[in-house]
Design a protein around this ligand. Structure first.
Ligand code: SF4
Length: 359
């Protein structure tokens, strides 16, 4: 009997995004567009919690917004690559749609209902003059109509109450009758998680969903997201700069630096045996609860602007291995060649790009 192959629900392949176009799709003022992401590739499987991690300015959000073509218009465009979405992946159906190329009208049917988003600021995602009850009912009725389910208020509210209870709310009546400004940031983000999951999406893209929240509430919100997504079989693409969050919640991770993926693999492999010097730097910078702040490590320098992206490895100026390495390694790191792909573990697909790791 043939073994069933696990199919990704989303395959991002060689996705490159550039900024600097006018409304006709030509370079604005004749200036060559700036390419901010370079051949970004990763797979997300059904029900998986996948993290895309890196410092601010690495291209994580641009990649996430590129998946749904929500990039700033007319300036940004996908200039290369594909985004294959397999709605039937969990059932073994390999049929896919390339979200980078399908007509906008078809993509709009997928946005929100099959691929939902949770943003950093929950207050901006909700209507400030409408109660939570009305906003959740509106989303629920919209989805129920599409699936020909019951849309009477009683059945809709029963399902919404169930979801709010799963999100950890105790006083559900108070939440339903509240306007957004009457709830805390953590409560609003949990409402947004419920709203995103109501249509039973296959994927949720969560772009820094806890950055605006207190540290104590962050853990609560992420635990709710992870728990609810796993109950519904929804895959999560979490965008974050926080390696601590990645180690606690994600199943697999892709580390991004200056518009490129530099390391990918199962979280335990990447955390326990990081290969790329940038991943090692991010992990060393996680503060320890009893650590001495005076000895807290950081990566020297900052992420370069896309106009200053170097040839070869873009991390070279900040990489201790390169800076302290011999002349031969330094020449390779700074050559026009992109660092080669290196597998630490072929079976788990733990891979990285670095000249220093080539035998
Ligand atoms: S390729 Fe060179 S500069 Fe880049 S991470 Fe590896 S050693 Fe450092």
């Amino acid at each position: 009997m043939s073994e069933s192959v696990r199919l990704p629900v989303l395959s991002v392949k060689s996705l490159s995004v550039a900024f600097g176009f006018d409304k006709n799709g030509t370079p604005r003022d004749g200036i060559p567009p700036l390419q901010v992401t370079d051949k970004v590739s990763f797979d997300i499987y059904p029900g998986e919690f996948f993290a895309l991690v890196g410092e601010s300015g690495c291209g994580k959000s641009v990649t996430a917004m590129g998946i749904l073509r929500l990039l700033p218009q007319p300036s940004a465009r996908i200039v290369d690559g594909s985004v294959l979405y397999r709605s039937g992946a969990a059932e073994g159906n390999d049929a896919s749609l390339d979200l980078a190329k399908i007509p906008l009208a078809d993509l709009q049917k997928i946005r929100g209902s099959e691929i939902a988003c949770i943003f950093q600021e929950p207050m901006q995602a909700l209507n400030p003059v409408v109660t939570i009850k009305k906003q959740l009912l509106e989303v629920f009725r919209f989805c129920a109509k599409k699936s020909s389910s019951a849309t009477d208020e009683k059945s809709c509210l029963a399902a919404i109450r169930e979801m709010l209870a799963l999100a950890g709310f105790k006083d559900i009546d108070r939440v339903l009758d509240a306007y957004p400004h009457e709830l805390s940031g953590g409560m609003l983000q949990r409402v947004c998680i419920v709203m995103a999951l109501l249509p039973k999406p296959k994927i949720i893209i969560a772009d820094e969903p806890t950055t605006a929240l207190d540290v104590t509430v962050q853990a609560q919100v992420l635990a709710v997201l992870k728990d609810m997504a796993s109950r519904t079989g929804t895959a999560v693409l979490l965008i974050t700069h926080n390696m601590g969050i990645v180690s606690q919640y994600a199943d697999r991770v892709a580390v991004m630096y200056a518009g490129r993926i530099v390391e990918t693999g199962p979280v335990r492999n990447v955390i326990d045996s990081p290969m790329h010097p940038y991943t090692q730097g991010l992990l060393a910078a996680i503060p320890e609860s009893h650590g001495d702040m005076r000895t807290m490590k950081s990566i020297p320098g900052s992420v370069p602007h896309p106009r200053d992206f170097a040839l070869g490895c873009r991390f070279a100026d900040r990489c201790e291995k390169c800076v302290n390495g011999n002349a031969e390694l330094q020449a390779m790191c700074r050559s026009a060649q992109v660092p080669p792909r290196v597998f630490a573990d072929n079976s788990t697909q733990h891979e990285t790009n670095c000249f220093a790791l080539v035998e």
